[in-house]
Write a protein that binds this ligand. Structure first.
Ligand SMILES: CC(=O)N[C@H]1[C@@H](OP(=O)(O)OP(=O)(O)OC[C@H]2O[C@@H](n3ccc(=O)[nH]c3=O)[C@H](O)[C@@H]2O)O[C@H](CO)[C@@H](O)[C@@H]1O
Ligand SMILES: C=C(OP(=O)(O)O)C(=O)O
Length: 430
């Protein structure tokens, strides 16, 4: 199994191209099931999750080609992928395919809206909490769907004339349930209003794409989204927005090592709260014509407290990385995780490198240490694994991160991007 070996100690200098966002690409790809026409997505990152979703969509009948070639005939950055699902040939999303990735469950929305039925296995994904699906069930039921759980599957059926627009207020903010309600409501009869909707940029990206396909979605990016149902959707061409989590991750890596890096092709407004926390930690961050410049020279890393929250708050998907950064701060910081109840598995792995972290409920207390020392560590989930890479970049000697398949779910060509900026990072295959 592959491992990543990092030899710590080098500053980062240069340019890091930021990929299209995994968490936008996945729902956008799923939206292709809503139309019999071709949805073309540009700037799609080459990631294990994208490849897995390609398999899942293929199982439902989607014909998929990459940059005009069939999938797997060529690899490149920022791929353009064409999705055409003339007919849905199977409304079941089986356990074998869905259990590997949380977002694959979201096919339930388009399948139900277009075909009137869906049988979808309960999802998998990062083991960062219980991650129930009650909000999806309640939301789709509000649109008139009949939903039963049977042998690990959700069986959903729409009323005879199709889903019916309704007003539904989520009791809790959920990114995935907002994506699904929004997609399902595009083809419902009448108007749907979603209250307490997720405001993440990826929700806005999906709404923009749905509108380009002929949907009538307004309010995305606010807590109230309104969707006027239409009878059918057409194809469209849409560019996946830049990955704000990848952006924040590399910004934290530069804040950690020191140096001067341009994060190219990204947009600071996607992650204001996280960038502000990195600034307070001592890095200079300025928008440039092509992205963001992150710079830290000389000064140390200051302790900063953060609390994760739904957008526009500090993202839970950057919590582990920020903890990595705080391990080397000059004082004591506190990080509180409010989204997932079990998203601290990186704590014990960071401790192997010499970090001093204590947990009390949902808050981690990090006492900064003057040095970390390389060690073998294990990736436990996607963002946890990259926090170990960030720590490894400054640890003395070699850090070897095992189970890198977690990393490959969400970071495109991580070794290449870091190595080009002067880090010593290599993939080791046994
Ligand atoms: C592929 C993707 O985009 N994944 C992101 C998405 O995950 P995902 O969409 O799964 O996360 P949610 O926003 O749904 O989860 C937020 C909270 O709501 C809870 N919940 C969710 C649904 C439900 O039916 N019932 C319920 O209780 C979850 O357990 C969690 O505690 O948003 C998360 C929160 O920003 C990010 O960490 C993930 O990277
Ligand atoms: C938690 C994540 O992904 P997923 O929701 O697919 O598990 C993530 O992207 O950090």
């Amino acid at each position: 199994m592959d491992r990543i070996r990092i030899t710590g100690g080098n500053e980062l200098h240069g340019i890091i191209p930021i990929s299209g966002a995994k968490n936008a690409a996945l729902p956008l790809m799923i939206a292709s099931l809503l139309t019999d026409d071709t949805l073309t997505l540009e700037n799609v990152p080459h990631l294990a999750d994208v490849e897995q979703l390609i398999r899942i969509l293929g199982n439902h009948g989607a014909d998929i080609s990459v940059n005009g070639r069939r999938e797997r005939q060529g690899e490149s950055y920022a791929r353009t992928i064409h999705f055409t699902c003339r007919n849905i040939v199977d409304t079941t999303a089986p356990y074998e395919l869905v259990s590997k990735m949380r977002a694959s469950f979201w096919v339930i929305g388009p399948l139900l809206a277009r075909e009137g039925r869906a049988r979808v296995s309960l999802p998998g994904g990062c083991a960062i909490g219980t991650r129930p699906v009650d909000l999806f069930i309640e939301g789709l039921a509000a649109l008139g769907a009949n939903i039963e759980i049977d042998s690990g599957y959700i069986n959903a059926t729409a009323p005879t004339g199709g889903l019916i627009g309704a007003r539904y207020v989520f009791p809790k903010v959920s990114v995935g349930a907002t994506h699904v309600m929004m997609m399902a409501a595009t083809l419902a009869n009448g108007t749907t209003t979603i209250g307490n909707a997720a405001r993440e940029p990826e929700v806005v990206d999906l709404a923009n794409c749905l509108n380009a396909m002929g949907a009538k979605v307004t309010g995305a990016g606010t807590s109230t989204i309104t969707i006027e149902g239409v009878t059918s959707l057409s194809g469209a061409r849409h560019r996946v927005l830049p990955d704000r989590i990848e952006t924040g991750t590399y910004a934290m890596a530069v804040a950690m090592t020191g140096g001067d890096v341009i994060l190219e092709g990204t947009d600071a407004s996607l992650l204001d709260t996280a960038l502000e926390a990195i600034r307070r930690a001592g890095a200079e961050i300025t928008p440039t014509e092509t992205g963001i410049r992150v710079y830290r020279n000389g000064g140390g890393i200051k302790p900063v407290d953060v609390v994760t929250d739904p957008f526009p708050g500090f993202p839970t998907d950057l919590q582990a990385q920020f903890m990595g950064l705080m391990t080397r701060s000059s004082g004591v910081s506190h990080i509180t995780e409010t989204i997932f109840e079990n998203r601290f598995m990186h704590v014990q792995e960071l401790a192997r490198l010499g970090a001093r972290i204590t947990l009390s409920g949902q808050t981690a207390k990090i006492e900064g240490v003057p040095r970390l020392k390389g060690a073998p560590v294990m990736a436990t989930d996607l963002r946890a694994s990259v926090s170990l890479v960030i720590a490894g970049l400054v640890a003395e000697g070699d850090t070897t991160v095992s189970r890198v398949y977690h990393l490959d779910r969400g970071f495109e060509r991580l070794e290449e991007k870091l190595t080009r900026c002067g880090a010593i990072v290599e993939r080791v295959t046994d």
